[in-house]
Design a protein around this ligand. Sequence first.
Ligand SMILES: Cc1cc2nc3c(=O)[nH]c(=O)nc-3n(C[C@H](O)[C@H](O)[C@H](O)COP(=O)(O)O)c2cc1C
Length: 282
Amino acid sequence: MVSACILYFSQTGNTEKVAYTIAGRFQGEGVDNVTLHLEDAADFPEAYEDSDIVGVGFPTFFGYPPPHVMKFIRRLKGKGRSAFVFTTYGGTTAGDSLFDAAMALSKRGFRVLGGLKVEAFDNYPQSIWLKINEGRPNEIDLARSEEFAARILKAHSERQGIEPEALASTNPFFIKNRGKPRKKTVGALREKVEGKVIFNKELCLFCETCKKSCPTKSITSGEAHPEFSWKCIDGMRCYQCVRVCPGKALLYEQPISDKEYKKLLKGIADTPEEKARAYIVP
Ligand SMILES: Cc1cc2nc3c(=O)[nH]c(=O)nc-3n(C[C@H](O)[C@H](O)[C@H](O)COP(=O)(O)O)c2cc1C
């Protein structure tokens, strides 16, 4: 029996939906599979160290995989096993996120079966109140994710694969920056849109919801309030603490006007042709 482990990182449920859709199809095809959130992965290493197929899913962060997801991939051992990648993104650009993850898996000795990108609602703070891509992933997106899962199993059984380059973006920004260090490229996008987070102690309920939700444990308990190291994900804000705070003690301060923000997203957006390349399999 073929076995698979689907590992995913997800903060507002988009990537999780896709992960479970893929898992559902795997289940239907008789694949013995486990679906694990990245934060729980360390507790079940045998799930991904021994499975025939490893899938890695994550939201796109500034055109690339979140840095801690890349760190996780770089510790995996492929030993000739199969792998696939998937990302959800807010409909602006999935950038080189699939390419970077696939390349890292290939370097770790995996045969890459394919990659999938799925449009989803944009959970970046300024996009949330602008309701960018609301309602996605929709039924069509999830049907496509299921199709992708079936194609992945076919590629695995036929021992086929793709070159990671097949997942490289055709977006001019990412073509131009492909050879540059990611910190630099990501930095160019971040400096334009990254807003400060204001912590208002008066409103803090000390419920520790922010601490529990932080993917890199950069929030600790202080004497009466949480303490923020702001080391975040390699310094990159994901704003999950802001999204989950029930007392609204954490507020996002938008750095640019909504008009400027929309213009900026439009300027870096993938073409309709690039967006239509929802998945690449052999
Ligand atoms: C820090 C950050 C950076 C993001 N960068 C991008 C991006 O470059 N392109 C894009 O289209 N969406 C971007 N988004 C939106 C997310 O990729 C998208 O909402 C994703 O589906 C969230 O997945 P989740 O619900 O599984 O956490 C970003 C969101 C955050 C928080």
